[in-house]
Design a protein around this ligand. Structure first.
Ligand code: URA
Length: 241
């Protein structure tokens, strides 16, 4: 049995704020099992009760899961008075939801950002306990070398912490383009790991979070919902299915 407050259920199903949901409920527009219910605090069973708003049956609400191709120059934060944040790119219907990013990207970094209102999923993705792998494409000011890959693999002393073993694959070419896989997400981690090897990161793009890959057709700044398969794989990966 999954009991939820009626205002929360209506807000999530209709993608409106709780305040708007309460207004609709108090106005008599919402019914539960055929009876008008004007009490926002009423609990409903998401699996059993039939909730209707203005005569239409509401689908049982599910967490929102969005993939964004974050451009460089955008903050991984909710609204900020002066700087652009991911909220400035959200389609209108998601604008009122309490979305957060499952793993931040620096302002100058780009690529895969997973946005959701599922707090437990965010926790499991960012918690070191779950060791979720993040794959980054990196361009450096100088070529990486085998010694760097070995240092990444054995863990780097970064002053306030030692990084967990990470993978550095040097891509074909002049050695300045690499793939990096880390299981942690400390502040500026990839940049600091390269800095410890005497290299500066010029471009940082996240390509993957666990099972979720950045959609190559998603243009910079675009946002889309996850497919059913992407959702299922993420929940399976985090043990929440
Ligand atoms: N590592 C960094 O240095 N920056 C990011 O944004 C992500 C990982």
């Amino acid at each position: 049995m999954a009991l939820e407050r009626l205002d929360k259920y209506v807000a999530q199903s209709c993608l409106i704020t709780r305040k708007e949901a309460r207004e609709r409920i108090r106005a008599g527009q919402v019914s539960v099992n055929g009876q008008v219910c004007r009490r926002p605090e009423q609990h409903v069973d998401a699996g059993r009760d039939e909730v209707c708003a203005s005569g239409a049956v509401l689908e049982s609400p599910r967490p929102v899961l969005l993939m964004m191709n974050k451009p460089a120059g955008v903050l991984t934060a909710s609204r900020d008075g002066r700087e652009r944040t991911f909220c400035d790119y959200l389609p209108e219907k998601y604008a009122n939801l309490p979305l957060s990013a499952a793993g931040r990207l620096d302002k100058d970094a780009e690529g895969l950002l997973l946005l959701t209102d599922d707090g437990e999923l965010v926790h499991r993705i960012i918690s070191p306990r779950w060791k979720t792998e993040k794959l980054y494409y990196v361009e450096l000011d100088r070529p990486a070398c085998r010694a760097d890959a070995e240092a990444f693999a054995s863990g780097l002393d970064l002053g306030d912490f030692t990084s967990q073993p990470a993978r550095l694959d040097i891509l074909p070419g002049d050695g300045r383009a690499c793939h990096v896989v880390i299981c942690e997400g400390k502040f500026h981690q990839v940049k600091r790991m390269f800095a410890a090897c005497g290299k500066k990161v010029l471009l940082l793009r996240r390509l993957k979070i666990g099972t979720l890959e950045l959609d190559k057709t998603l243009k910079s700044g675009e946002i889309r919902q996850l497919s059913e398969q992407e959702r299922a794989l993420l929940y399976e990966m985090t043990g929440l299915l």
